[in-house]
Design a protein around this ligand. Structure first.
Ligand SMILES: NC(=O)C1=CN([C@@H]2O[C@H](COP(=O)(O)OP(=O)(O)OC[C@H]3O[C@@H](n4cnc5c(N)ncnc54)[C@H](O)[C@@H]3O)[C@@H](O)[C@H]2O)C=CC1
Ligand SMILES: NCC(=O)COP(=O)(O)O
Length: 323
C-alpha cells in the first residue's frame, strides 16, 4: 500500500540512461511520487497515466506522469544533444514544484554531465550546484548515505567535482567549517539525530603523520576542529582516512567529512552501492538521488537495479515528513 504524504517529484534525468526504466520499478517504494519527463522515454510496457498536478490520485501500480515533452526520442546509451535543454528544464520545474509546496521534495534520476555540457552548455558540475543556484545561490553540501549497512556509512565530500590537483587549494578552513555547520544542522533537521557526531578526514596519508607526510592537518585542520569543539560541535579528527570506514570506526560517528570526492565516495559505493543515496544538505527543499549514474553500458536492457532509487525516494519521503 502506498504511504501518505506530499508526493515527491522524480525527475527523468538523462533519457538515454537507465533513469526512465527505473521509474516504473520505483513504484515498489510505496512512496507517493510523480515522474516528471517525457512518457515516450519510458519502457513501452509501462502502465502510466498523465496527471496535471503532483497530488492527482492514480490507481495502484500505475506510474503518474507530469508530462514534459522532449524534442527527440531516446536511444539507450546515446544521449541526443537536442534533449539536453529539456533535461535541465525538468530539474528547474521540479524545484519550482518543491519550493511552492506542491511537492514534498525532489528525487533526481541521473544526468550525464558531459551530455549536458556539450548539448546545452550546462555550466554546473552536477545537480548539487545547479540546485543550490536555483534555491538562490545558497551554500550546500553533498552527502551520500547508506541505507543497508550497519553502522551506517554517511560521507560528505567537502570538495566535489574538481581535479585532484586542485583539492589542496580548494579545501580551505572556511569551506570545511561551512560543510561542518551545514552537515550538523541537516543531521538534526533531516535525519532526527539530536547530537550529531562528525568525523573529519585528513587530506594526506596517515593524516599527515605530524607533518612528515603533508602539513594541512597540523597547520590548520586540527585548529579549526578544536575551535568548533569549543563551540559545542561533537567533532573528531583530522583522522587518517584509510582507517575511518571499517565497522568499528563508523560506529563512532554519524557522518564523515572527507577532503575530496573519491575519499568519500569509494567507501560508500563499496559498502552499499545498491542502497546508497545522494542527499543535498542545506537546500530549502528536500532533494535525494540514487548514488549511481546513467549507466549507458546497460541502458535499455531492463536489468538496472532499482534499489538505490527506491532508497532515495524513501529517504526523501522521510525527510519531507520531518520538515
Ligand atoms: N546524480 C547524478 O546525476 C549522477 C550522475 N552521474 C553521471 O553518470 C555518468 C556515468 O557515470 P559512471 O561513473 O559510469 O557511473 P555509473 O553509476 O553510471 O556506472 C558505473 C557502473 O555501475 C553500473 N550501474 C550503475 N547503476 C546501476 C544500477 N542501477 N543497476 C545495475 N548496475 C548499475 C553501470 O552499469 C556501470 O558498470 C557520468 O556522466 C556521471 O557524471 C554519476 C553519478 C551520479
Ligand atoms: N559523484 C556524485 C555525483 O556525480 C552526483 O552529482 P549530483 O548530480 O548529485 O550533483
Amino acid at each position: 500500500m502506498t504511504e501518505v504524504g506530499r508526493p515527491i517529484i522524480l525527475t527523468c534525468g538523462e533519457p538515454a540512461g537507465i533513469g526512465p526504466e527505473l521509474a516504473p520499478k520505483a513504484l515498489a517504494s510505496a512512496v507517493p511520487f510523480v515522474f516528471l519527463g517525457d512518457p515516450r522515454h519510458l519502457p513501452p510496457d509501462t502502465a502510466w497515466t498523465e496527471v496535471t498536478t503532483p497530488d492527482e490520485p492514480v490507481a495502484d501500480g500505475v506510474l503518474a506522469v507530469l508530462r514534459h515533452d522532449f524534442p527527440a526520442p531516446a536511444t539507450p546509451g546515446r544521449p541526443d544533444p537536442a534533449n539536453a535543454p529539456a533535461v535541465i528544464e525538468v530539474i528547474a520545474r521540479a524545484v519550482d514544484l518543491a519550493m511552492s509546496g506542491a511537492a514534498g521534495g525532489i528525487c533526481t534520476l541521473p544526468i550525464n554531465k558531459e551530455a549536458l555540457k556539450r548539448g546545452a552548455g550546462f555550466r554546473f558540475p552536477g545537480h548539487t550546484e545547479y540546485l543550490a543556484h536555483l534555491a538562490g545561490d545558497v551554500p550546500v553540501v553533498m552527502m551520500l548515505a547508506s541505507t543497508s549497512v550497519e553502522p551506517p556509512c554517511r560521507v560528505v565530500p567537502v570538495t566535489i567535482h574538481i581535479p585532484l590537483a586542485e583539492v589542496p587549494l580548494a579545501l580551505t578552513p572556511a569551506l570545511l567549517e561551512q560543510a561542518i555547520r551545514i552537515t550538523d544542522a541537516a543531521m538534526r533537521r533531516d535525519f532526527g539525530i539530536t547530537r550529531p557526531r562528525l568525523a573529519v578526514a585528513g587530506l594526506n596519508p596517515h593524516a599527515g603523520e605530524n607533518g612528515v607526510m603533508g602539513d594541512e592537518e597540523a597547520s590548520w585542520m586540527a585548529k579549526l576542529i578544536e575551535r568548533l569543539q569549543r563551540d559545542g560541535f561533537d567533532l573528531r579528527g583530522p583522522l587518517p582516512a584509510d582507517t575511518m570506514f571499517h565497522p568499528a570506526a563508523r560506529a563512532r560517528y554519524d557522518a564523515a567529512l572527507c577532503a575530496y570526492h573519491d575519499q568519500a565516495l569509494i567507501p560508500i559505493k563499496t559498502l552499499d552501492f545498491a542502497g546508497g543515496v545522494n542527499v543535498t544538505l542545506g537546500l530549502p527543499f528536500v532533494r535525494t538521488s540514487p548514488d549511481h549514474g546513467t549507466a549507458f553500458d546497460i541502458a535499455g536492457e531492463g536489468v538496472a537495479d532499482a534499489a538505490s532509487v527506491i532508497a532515495a525516494l524513501r529517504m526523501a519521503h522521510e525527510m519531507a515528513g520531518r520538515r
